[in-house]
Ligand binder design. Structure first.
Ligand SMILES: [Zn+2]
Length: 193
C-alpha cells in the first residue's frame, strides 16, 4: 500500500534505503559536497517510485502536461512514474558526444506542453539543458519537477518548479572545498557500484 510522500517523510525514506550518504563527494555538476543523495536506492523499490511519481503528479496536474521529458539516466525511472500518474507519455534525452539529445525515435511535437522531471536538482544545470532540448523541438515547457531540490531552493529556472523536498546540503568549488583542504579523498558516488 502506498503511503503519502511529503517533505517530512522523504528524507526518512532516503535514510531507510541507505540513499543519504555522508563523506566527500564529487557531484555530477563537478562540485564537491559532504552529502550525497542516491535516488536509485529509493527508486529500486517500485512502491517508493510509484509514491514519488504520484506525489509529483499531484503537484503538476494543473499544468496541462502532454508529455514528461527526463535526462538519462537519473531521471528515467521517476519520469516514467510521473508520466504514468499523469496518464501521459514519458521520454528521455541522453548524452551523445557530450550533448543532451533525443534518440531512439523519441519526438516532441511543436506546441506540446512538456514537464521536465529529474531525480535530484543541485545547480539546475541538467534541468536547464533538458528544458532547452524540449524548446529546440518547439515544445512549451510548462514546468519542472524533482524528488529533491538540494539547492536549498536556489536553483534558477525560468519555469515553475516543484520538488517533494527542499534540502540544503553544502556544495563547494573543488578549489575552495574544505574537505579537499584537509586532504580527504574525494569519491564519485556510485562509480564503484
Ligand atoms: Zn573536495
Amino acid at each position: 500500500m502506498m503511503t503519502p510522500v511529503d517533505a517530512e517523510t522523504i528524507l526518512d525514506r532516503f535514510r531507510r534505503a541507505g540513499g543519504l550518504l555522508e563523506g566527500h563527494f564529487r557531484l555530477t555538476s563537478g562540485l564537491h559536497s559532504p552529502g550525497y543523495l542516491q535516488c536509485a536506492l529509493v527508486l529500486q523499490h517500485p512502491a517508493e517510485a510509484e509514491a514519488c511519481g504520484v506525489a509529483l503528479a499531484e503537484r503538476t496536474r494543473g499544468l496541462g502536461i502532454h508529455l514528461v521529458l527526463s535526462p538519462a539516466l537519473g531521471g528515467i525511472v521517476i519520469g516514467q512514474e510521473v508520466g504514468r500518474a499523469l496518464g501521459v507519455r514519458a521520454i528521455f534525452a541522453e548524452r551523445q558526444d557530450g550533448r543532451l539529445t533525443l534518440r531512439r525515435g523519441f519526438a516532441i511535437q511543436p506546441g506540446e506542453r512538456v514537464l521536465v522531471v529529474e531525480d535530484v536538482v543541485t545547480t539546475g544545470g541538467s534541468t536547464r539543458e533538458t528544458i532547452e532540448v524540449a524548446r529546440a523541438a518547439g515544445a512549451r515547457v510548462a514546468g519542472a519537477a524533482a524528488i529533491i531540490d538540494r539547492s536549498g531552493g536556489h536553483q534558477e529556472l525560468d519555469v515553475p518548479f516543484h520538488a517533494l523536498a527542499v534540502v540544503s546540503l553544502p556544495v563547494y568549488q573543488p578549489e575552495a572545498c574544505p574537505l579537499c583542504a584537509r586532504g580527504e579523498p574525494v569519491v564519485k558516488p556510485g562509480s564503484r557500484a
